[in-house]
Design a protein around this ligand. Sequence first.
Ligand code: NAD
Ligand code: UFG
Length: 331
Amino acid sequence: MKVLVTGGTGYIGSHTIVELLDNNYDVVCIDNFINSKPEVLDKIKEITGKEITFYEGDVCDKQILRQIFTDNNIDAVIHFAGLKAVGESVRVPLKYYRNNIDSTLSLLEVMGEYNCKKLVFSSSATVYGKPKSLPIKEDFPLSTTNPYGATKLMIENILRDIYVSDKDWSIAVLRYFNPIGAHSSGLIGENPNDIPNNLMPYIIKVATGEYQKLNIFGNDYDTVDGTGVRDYIHVVDLALGHLKALEKIDKDNGIDFYNLGTGHGFSVLELVNTFSKVNKVDVPYEICDRRPGDIDACYADPSYAKEKLNWQAEKNIEDMCRDSYNFVNRK
Ligand code: NAD
Ligand code: UFG
């Protein structure tokens, strides 16, 4: 099976490509390096010993997409390409609407032109807004609190409409919880250039001494120790979920939505303490004000993905902390 991976040199895309190659899929990738680096391609080759076909370009550009579909017999697409910084999306919303929506529309139109109607899409637990109860199930009400989240929900709705209009489509929408960790080789991982927004990249910058301390955003939430609780999932488990989703859309038409999480919530302090213990490194922190828009707790009920995709997360929080740090120490 030949799979087009958009945004494949990014954090989750690169790990997914490694698993695809290890499982003998042919991979074609497009990325414009807006949030990743070309060296990731060499690392993928070093890990797998295999080549992929790569196009540098923008998924909004239908000409390059047509070129890709003309050059390659694409059977299915995994669409990771998108911008993902929540705070930036509030400051410059049009950049997010333009990039995330336009790229998806261009991709869907060109897929239709080439009669390629199998798609796995990267959505997010952000589409649940502030959940009414926990754990979160796929049929919970959907809402968003920022432009980034709005693009994910809009795209989910576009995909529903596509399927209503044409039952030949086969679409898996994967709602990721909080991916952390890195490939066990330490060759690929998450390495934001800018000041990180997310917890684990920030912990790493503190552990390596680049930053003096971690700011913990609030300790008065209604959680085990007052700090925010999230469902952290190892990026390799997440990547494997995409392979299961591909198998499913290859077999059955339709559109379906799956939570990819572990089902377990960890607080900020629990994550920080585990990271320190596993890696034998100090992570100094200070309790600060809450971050606007944050919720107390968020974790998945992942049983639907287990039932329908035969997928469940295998790695634990210690694995996630060890592999995240191993990636920065090896570089
Ligand atoms: P990432 O930024 O590391 O990867 C995205 C990749 O897409 C980057 O390599 C970037 O250069 C590329 N890209 C962006 N816009 C493009 C365009 N128009 N044309 C070509 N390439 C483009 O992000 P990630 O963490 O790997 O996330 C992948 C997907 O998963 C995104 O859609 C993101 O919104 C979604 N997601 C991520 C998280 C998370 O916490 N990491 C959580 C939920 C959902
Ligand atoms: N946190 C801190 N200090 C930091 C960063 C984060 O205390 O420097 C706390 C947050 O308050 C929260 C927890 O750590 O309680 C996790 O925060 P992240 O920013 O890592 O993750 P979020 O759950 O807030 O958001 C992430 C992505 C969103 C996505 C969401 C659900 O950034 O895009 O997960 O998938 F929508």
